[in-house]
Design a protein around this ligand. Sequence first.
Ligand code: ABU
Length: 538
Amino acid sequence: MASLTGLYNYSVETGVKRPQSQRSSVSCCSTFLRIPGLVFISWAIICPMSNGVNGHHNSSEGELFLSEAFKVILEEAVHKATDVKEKVCEWKDPEELRVLMDLELGDHGESHQQLLQRVRDIARYSVKTNHPRFFNQLFAGVDYHSLTGRFLTEALNTSQYTYEVAPVFVLMEDVVLRKLRSLVGWSEGDGIFCPGGSVSNMYAMNVARYWAFPQVKTQGLWTVPRLAVFTSQESHYSMKKSAAFLGIGTENVYHVKVDESGRMIPEDLEAKIVHAKSQGAVPFFVNATAGTTVQGAFDPLDRIADISERNGIWMHVDAAWGGSVVFSKKHKHLIAGMERANSCTWNPHKMLMAGLQCSVFLMRDTTNLLMHCHCANATYLFQQDKFYDMSLDTGDKSIQCGRKVDCLKLWLMWKAIGAQGLANRVDIAFASTRYFVEELKKREGFQVVSEPQFVNVCFWFIPPSLRGKENSPDYQEKLAKVAPVIKERMVKKGSMMVGYQPLDGRVNFFRMVILSPQLNHSDLDFFLDEVERLGNDL
Ligand code: ABU
């Protein structure tokens, strides 16, 4: 490292370091540290052994670090992270982890070896979401082509806003969005990749309000009446966040009742619309959910579309979780009616395993509403006298300026396995879920909360001490404590991860999410065995 460091000197004036071969005579002078009254001292003489002390590496030093770090990443964050014999997580209490990781930042750079060890430690103490026994979220598993796309995106480090800095990705985003729209059933329309499903949902609410009250963009909230949003009791919390963020107000979000499985009851939607009007509010936005977060419920989209159309309300479908069923001939009936919506959210980073984050906001609109709603016409980015077709500068449709490239990971994966491969992925997840539910029902002590419609399996584990005591006054209170204890035990052991929650008067239950095609029956059997092992003494 000393010899490499010696090639580099620091520019006090600019803070930028370049290889000697690229230095001009002017910058050569500036590569020495000027200490008043003394001669110029090379920074490399002061810190000959430190790596990156000057704030920059030369390219060979950087590439050496990258290639060695990449080996560590492949071994620790990919290979071992997907190995069923390894732990899902290596739990440390926050205080211990703070010390172990030595997170505080200092004035001087560290050596190559120290930094490699840091890369190793970060992987070691991070949760392995690619592990076959990670069931904690609505994403899991690894797709290697998508991962390659994610690495390539990072290496190219561009922003998705203009054709001039992202020519390939502007065209690619257009192709991917068009393809996703056509699956929804829209031959035309618009859309954009967003940083997550919540933001996609927020786009929907904002565009819907602009559609109903375009003056809101220029004149602000005082020009619009009190607005009302409708969404089911089990819909995603981003509806409330969006209403708060957009100045609509969380109290103007009307939560529509659901049935036992978590599906919106259309009759209650009608009633809530009438109720909102009677309170002087103007209904403008109905959100239906295709795949609720906890129970995986699909709202009856056709019925909701009828009501929305009758009332002239924008209909959005939050299909962040369930949208991917569209690939499957067998299961796409679950989203019948989605094509009648005005817009939808869909997260390929969930069921399709495209990797975080990959979320789209899609619209049926053909009037350039998305652009009109969000554009600010920055002249330093979206110059109107460019030498190419300026409609390719799609960045002004976004609420962001800089925007990550999120299309490549999906595009490369799709190229690799095709729509048929993606359909298989969905079908395999449903089949694995069916197997899991059948096995679960064979065992004493496991009780489903509701019959799964999707790949979420919600269930209670009732330990032997509580079996047959359903009518005891403290039964629910005791049952509520079971899932958190089992969860703590599994995380501390590192054997697996699964989520739990209370819902709508039902005490804590597990939500198992089965989506990765890398899972096999033995992983699912292990899961059930492990819940018994961890909870039988409770
Ligand atoms: N956006 C909802 C996802 C949360 C979860 O993974 O459970």
